[in-house]
Each structure stands twice: as structure tokens, then as C-alpha cells.
Design a protein around this ligand. Structure first.
Ligand code: GTP
Length: 591
């Protein structure tokens, strides 16, 4: 796998891992926040239901004086009762509205329970009003217990409301179990408030009538006192479990000081007197004035428990939100670092590596290449800088070597050409001619081609040198070479054979064509006077010796040359500026 790909892959995997861890953590915190918010909302609805219980319980306070009133329809007592009833109704309205706004199953169930309690309360109130309208003598007739029945109906209302409270509290605990402790405590406090109220209610009729408590009251009082003590212990247990905030401890201490240290002993004393048939020593109004206010400490404890639950949940929500924010920021930072590291490694390692590799490949292919690294990379002091410098040095050394090689080859070519070429005329020299002619003759031999050889020599050349000087002789040789080169065709080999003698080999050339070629050369030379260095034209001629072999005849260069040379000699000796062929030498001369 290529490094770039491997690096991309590992970076991607790392990113995926970090992102999934972060997302998981954010998702967990998000769920906790959502659960806490749901739990808080459910707890608030439970609190509203407890307020209903509190108000409906408090409504019994002004109900009992109205029921026991000696003077029916006493306006002040009636007005007070109406005021308490309105408070209960308002508490019902608030709780029912909140429950109706929430669509979960627990809220619907609690809504049903509170609506049932509302109907029960309506019936209880009707009963209260009916009994209160009866003549006093009828209401207070011993054994009739007419005033007790409506109060029992009101107790039933509280039981129904508390069932709703339990449903709603359980819902809050289910979605957010951390609320469990304070909510249970608050429920105990609400129950304690109710039972404390009921305990007080046992005495209002006996106190109003000055009678000892009836059989029913005597049975209820120890039951209620026992339940109250039980709730006290449960609340104390709740308070001892885990960390209890200072305001909560203060509320418990306040309840102990006000209700348990004062009100409860007071009520036990009243009960004792009543059961013993002794005078109570206070009327119903005085009893209410002493017994009811300390009960506020129980409600205060309930509210303190709610506040503790709310604070704890709110704090956890804030902590979870903070964690989410920190995790998101951390995640973003990790992503940025990952990306930066990736770009840095790509820019500082992978790209220089790639460029160096490309440079080395190009060097191997012998291509002209761009620099192996940019100037900044070459200045680096790390390993990549070392590598870039090494590759760059290799590149330079290779380029230098190549330049030397090219120079050497050029030199060899020049030397080869110089060794093959006649320095004066630029034609092939004798050695090169012999070499190349041997190859051509071998080729002609293989194919059975005819071959012709023409040897020509300048006439009276010594005289030219002698009369016009050696440079003039050189000029004549040069001009002769030029003229001859103009007559030569592809495949014909022309050379300066030595001194003022030239040689021309024509492969695939028949005898008649060879003679025509020699004639063209002779005429061309004769027709072109050579301009001497002093400017004067000089007419020059040459004599030609011609030899050949017919097609498919054995051919040897040496033999051909000997024949052509003899023919040339003959041409010289028979007048010069003429062509003589070897066959003429063989044929008998006319004279
Ligand atoms: N200028 C010059 N002269 C050369 C060169 N090579 C040979 N010669 C001269 O060519 C002359 C050849 O003379 P000869 O062999 O006597 O022949 P010739 O004078 O041409 O007489 P024929 O061949 O009989 O017509 C000599 O004087 C050589 O010195 C050369 O490269 N340059």
C-alpha cells in the first residue's frame, strides 16, 4: 500500500474513532440532560398535585368550625371557608392545566385521579353545606355523628390526590432516578402534613362540644399518631441517606422543634384530658391557633425537599451541558490537530518524498528534470532535507556525467569523421574508401550486381604547382572534388585516393552507364575553369581509367583497381583528358 494511502487510511480511522467516542459521550450527556429535564417537569407536576393535597387538607380547617357552629351561617366563618375553597380550586386548576398540557401516560393517569378527587371534593362540599344548614341541636345530637361524615369525605379526597402524587412522582423517578430520594422524602412530608391535619381534626368536634372524643376518634388518634411517628422516622432515614444539603437539615430541625417537640406533646395532653373526662381548658379556636401554625414547618420541609431535588437535577443538567460543551470543544480541537498533522506530514514529508522519487525516476530514464526539491526543502536541517540534498546531488552528478558522455561521443564522432575524411577536399580518404568499398562490393557480390570503378588523375598537376604555386594546386584539387561531388549519385562512393588522384566506385552500374558517368565527369572538369587565388581562371583536365565487372561476375576490389589504374596509365600515355577502360587494354590495338 502506498504511504499516502496508508496515511490517509490511518488518519481516517483515527478521526472516526475520536469522533465516535466524542459523539457517544455527547449523546450520553444529551440523554442525561433530556432525562433530567423530563424528570424535572414530572417533578413539578407532582409538586402541583401535592399543593392540591395541601390546600384540600387546609380546607378542612375552616370547614370544621362551620359544621360545629352554634349559630348557622355565621358570615365570618363562611367567608373564611369560601376563601380556603377558592385556594383549593386554584391549586386544582393549576395542577390540572399542567397535567393536561403533558401527553405522557403517567400525566394522563394523574389527571384522571385529580379529576376524580375534584368530583369527590365537590360531593364533600355539598355534604358540608347540607349539614351546616341543619339546626345546631340536630347536628350536635350525640351518636348522630352528622358533622363527622363530611370530614371523612374530605379525607377521602386527600387519599385520591395522594394516589395521583404517587403516580406522578413514580414517573419522575422512572425518567430520572436521581430524583428518587428527595421525591420520596417530599411525598412522606406531604403525607405527614395530611396525617398531622387529620390528627388535629379528631379534636375539633369534641372541643367544640366540650365532649370527650368519641369511639371513632379514640380509635383513630393512636393510629394517626403511630403513622406520624413512622413518617418522622422515614423522613429522618431519607435525610441520613447520602449527602443532605444544609437547608434541608435546617428544615428537618425546624419541623422537629415546632411540630414534634411542641404540637405533638400538646395534642397528646389534650387527648389525655378528653379521654379522662377532664375539661380541655381551651376551646376549639384556641386549639386551632396553637396546633395549626407549627404544621407549616412540615410543608416547609416538603418544599425544601422539592427545592433540593430541583437544585440537584438543575446542577446535574448544568454539569452535563458543560461536559457536552467541553467534549465538543475537545473533539473540535482533536479534529483540527489531526487535520493539521495530516497536512503537515503531507506537505513536509510525503510531497518532498514524491518529488524526490519522481526526480530519481526521471534521472534513470535520462530525462531533463526539474529540481529534485524546492529551495526551502533543500535548506531544511532534518532527514527530509538530507534526502533532498542527496537526491539533488545525485541529479547534478548524473547530469554532469551525461554532458561529459555526450561531449565524448561528439568528440569520437568528430575523430571518426576526421579519420575518414581527406582534410583538403572533405571527401573520403583512401582508408575510409577501402573500408566502405569492401562492404559495397560484398553487397554487390551477394546480389549479383554489376560494379564499375573509375580512377581519375589531374593532368600536368606538377606544372600547376610549379607555375601557380602550391595553394593554387590545392584550389584545383578542391574545385575538382566539388565538381565530382556534383556528379555523384546515391550509392556511389567518391574519394580522394591520394595526391591528385580521385576514385569513384559505382555499384549496380552497368559498363555503358559507367562510361557515361566518367564522360560527364571529364566534361564537367574541362568545362569549369578553376579560379586561382590570384583570381585568374585556370582550365584543368583529368584522365580517367575505367574498370568493371558484369552482373553476376566475380568481383574483387584489388583487381578492379589494378585494371582501372592500368587503363588510367593508358589514358595518360595516350594524350590525357580522355577515358580509357580496361577492356580496351585487352583488345588488340589497331597500330
Ligand atoms: N598542391 C598540391 N600538390 C600536390 C598535392 N599532392 C601531390 N601534389 C603534387 O602533384 C604533383 C604530381 O606530379 P606528377 O606525379 O609528376 O604528375 P603530373 O605533373 O600531374 O603529370 P601527369 O600526371 O603525368 O599529368 C607533384 O608535384 C606533387 O607534389 C597536394 O595535396 N597539393
Amino acid at each position: 500500500m502506498r504511504l499516502t494511502r496508508l496515511f490517509l487510511l490511518t488518519t481516517g480511522l483515527l478521526l472516526a474513532l475520536v469522533s465516535s467516542l466524542l459523539l457517544r459521550s455527547i449523546w450520553t450527556d444529551g440523554r442525561q440532560v433530556a432525562a433530567a429535564e423530563l424528570g424535572l417537569a414530572a417533578m413539578q407536576r407532582a409538586y402541583l398535585a401535592m399543593k392540591v393535597a395541601e390546600k384540600a387538607s387546609a380546607e378542612r380547617g375552616p370547614t370544621i368550625p362551620v359544621l360545629n357552629d352554634t349559630e348557622p351561617a355565621a358570615p365570618a366563618k363562611r367567608a373564611r371557608l369560601q376563601e380556603f375553597r377558592r385556594a383549593t380550586d386554584a391549586a386544582f386548576d393549576e395542577a390540572l392545566t399542567a397535567l393536561a398540557d403533558s401527553s405522557d401516560a403517567a400525566s394522563l393517569s394523574t389527571l384522571g385521579q385529580l379529576q376524580k378527587a375534584q368530583r369527590e371534593l365537590a360531593r364533600a362540599r355539598v355534604e358540608v353545606d347540607r349539614v351546616a344548614a341543619l339546626p345546631h341541636a340536630q347536628r350536635s345530637a350525640p351518636g348522630q355523628r352528622l358533622t363527622r361524615a363530611p370530614i371523612d369525605l374530605m379525607f377521602a379526597v386527600i387519599d385520591t390526590v395522594l394516589a395521583g402524587v404517587t403516580t406522578q412522582s413514580a414517573a419522575a423517578e422512572t425518567v430520572y432516578p436521581e430524583l428518587s430520594m428527595p421525591l420520596v422524602g417530599a411525598r412522606y412530608a406531604a403525607e405527614l402534613r395530611e396525617y398531622a391535619g387529620r390528627l388535629g381534626s379528631q379534636f375539633t368536634t369534641p372541643l367544640a362540644t366540650g365532649q370527650p372524643p368519641g369511639r371513632e376518634e379514640q380509635r383513630e388518634i393512636p393510629l394517626l399518631t403511630g403513622r406520624i411517628e413512622q413518617l418522622r422516622k422515614l423522613i429522618a432515614l431519607q435525610a441520613r441517606a447520602g449527602h443532605t444539603p444544609a437547608p434541608l437539615l435546617a428544615a428537618i430541625a425546624d419541623m422537629e422543634a415546632q411540630y414534634f417537640a411542641v404540637s405533638l406533646p400538646f395534642i397528646e395532653q389534650i387527648a389525655e384530658r378528653g379521654i379522662a373526662g377532664r375539661p380541655y381548658g381551651l376551646d376549639s379556636a384556641e386549639f386551632v391557633a396553637r396546633y395549626v401554625p407549627p404544621m407549616k414547618s412540615i410543608v416547609a420541609l416538603r418544599d425544601a425537599l422539592f427545592a433540593a431535588a430541583r437544585d440537584s437535577a438543575t446542577q446535574r443538567v448544568a454539569e452535563a451541558r458543560q461536559r457536552m460543551a467541553i467534549n465538543a470543544a475537545l473533539g473540535l480541537a482533536v479534529l483540527c490537530i489531526e487535520l493539521t498533522v495530516f497536512l503537515l506530514i503531507r506537505h513536509r514529508v510525503l510531497l518532498p518524498l514524491l518529488r524526490s522519487t519522481q526526480a530519481m525516476n526521471a534521472v534513470m530514464r535520462g530525462e531533463v528534470v526539474q529540481p529534485a526539491a524546492n529551495p526551502a526543502t533543500l535548506l531544511r536541517t532534518d532527514e527530509i532535507g538530507d534526502m533532498a540534498r542527496a537526491v539533488s546531488a545525485l541529479q547534478e552528478a548524473t547530469q554532469h556525467g551525461r554532458a561529459l558522455e555526450a561531449e565524448r561521443e561528439q568528440l569520437i564522432a568528430q575523430l571518426r569523421q576526421a579519420s575518414d575524411t581527406d582534410f583538403l577536399t572533405g571527401l573520403l580518404n583512401r582508408r575510409a574508401f577501402t573500408e566502405q568499398a569492401a562492404r559495397l562490393i560484398a553487397q554487390a557480390r551477394r546480389h549479383g550486381w554489376p560494379v564499375a570503378l573509375i580512377v581519375f588523375d589531374m593532368d600536368h598537376f606538377k606544372r600547376i604547382n610549379d607555375e601557380h604555386g602550391h595553394p593554387a594546386g590545392d584550389a584545383v584539387l578542391l574545385a575538382t572534388a566539388e565538381i565530382a561531388r556534383g556528379q555523384v549519385r546515391q550509392g556511389e562512393l567518391l574519394a580522394r585516393h591520394g595526391g591528385e588522384e580521385f576514385i569513384l566506385l559505382a555499384v549496380g552500374c552497368r559498363p555503358d552507364e559507367a562510361r557515361q558517368l566518367a564522360e560527364r565527369l571529364r566534361q564537367a572538369l574541362a568545362a569549369h575553369p578553376v579560379p586561382l587565388p590570384d583570381g585568374a581562371p585556370l582550365r584543368v583536365t583529368a584522365s580517367f581509367g575505367l574498370a568493371w565487372v558484369e552482373a553476376r561476375q566475380p568481383v574483387e576490389l584489388d583487381e578492379l583497381y589494378r585494371n582501372a589504374d592500368r587503363a588510367l596509365y593508358h589514358a595518360k600515355s595516350t594524350g590525357r583528358n580522355r577515358i580509357c577502360s580496361h577492356d580496351e587494354l585487352r583488345s588488340p590495338t589497331p597500330d
